[in-house]
Design a protein around this ligand. Structure first.
Ligand code: FES
Ligand code: FES
Length: 140
């Protein structure tokens, strides 16, 4: 019973029916891919964003090889950042995720993984865009 009560309903819900599991084409220039690992436990999370011309996140997919809290955190953030601008998404804090899911303190690093994954996906997207516009400029 104790173990059960330690997890908030929302965590269990996202864990049992995770949203937006899957992959986007990482070679698509409108897709940013974040791949991060947690030094605390070795778990890995991949999070991908598809961004439109206005810098709004249109689609999000994730795959997590990790604990229930990491799966719940990634599932939650995929729903949360869809429709946000890159800037807004980049400001999502792991403490917000943890609070929303009522994660216990020992599971804070799991939500950290989700925050890192968003940042890393945004970075990848921006790097791609820069490379792309440099290439376009060079060919003009
Ligand atoms: Fe790796 Fe949580 S310690 S699953
Ligand atoms: Fe490793 Fe949760 S991500 S214990």
């Amino acid at each position: 019973q104790v173990a059960k009560r330690a997890y908030h309903e929302k965590v269990i819900n996202h864990y049992e029916s995770p949203r937006n599991v899957g992959s986007l084409n990482k070679n698509d220039p409108t897709v940013g891919t974040g791949l991060v690992g947690s030094p605390a436990c070795g778990d890995v999370m991949k999070l991908q964003i598809k961004v439109d011309d206005n810098g709004i996140i249109q689609d999000v997919k994730f795959k997590t090889f990790g604990c229930g809290s990491a799966i719940a955190s990634s599932s939650f953030v995929t729903e949360h950042i869809k429709g946000l601008s890159l800037e807004q998404a980049g400001q999502v804090k792991n403490t917000e995720i943890a609070k929303e899911l009522s994660l216990p303190p020992v599971k804070l690093h799991c939500s950290m993984l989700a925050e890192d994954a968003i940042r890393s996906a945004i970075r990848d997207y921006k790097t791609k865009r820069t490379a792309l516009s440099a290439a376009t400029a060079a060919s003009e």
